[in-house]
Design a protein around this ligand. Structure first.
Ligand SMILES: [Zn+2]
Length: 92
């Protein structure tokens, strides 16, 4: 119930700019100020989307993130598998 009309400065980084340029839906989903965005740009410059919560015994629930290859809203390719390549993971 914390609904404060915040007009604070948006945290926009130049690196993350490219991922919001395909459509306003994605831009708003990434830069939500009235909610906690589930689509975020990681430290490695890869766009991740939270797909769920995971319960780890003895630890706090954590978010499960997956790289987003295509924009879920407009279908634009945002990044290729090569760009997202994860070490150790077998990617078919
Ligand atoms: Zn889009």
């Amino acid at each position: 119930m914390a609904e404060e009309p915040e007009a604070g400065p948006e945290m926009e980084t130049e690196e993350g700019e490219e991922f919001g340029s395909c459509c306003t839906e994605l831009r708003e989903a990434m830069s939500g100020t009235e909610f906690e965005p589930l689509i975020v740009v990681g430290d490695d410059g890869v766009l991740y989307m939270s797909v769920g919560l995971i319960d780890i015994e003895g630890e706090e629930p954590g978010m499960v993130d997956h790289p987003v290859f295509f924009c879920p809203f407009c279908g634009t390719e945002l990044q290729s598998r090569e760009e997202v390549r994860q070490d150790g993971d077998t990617v078919n």
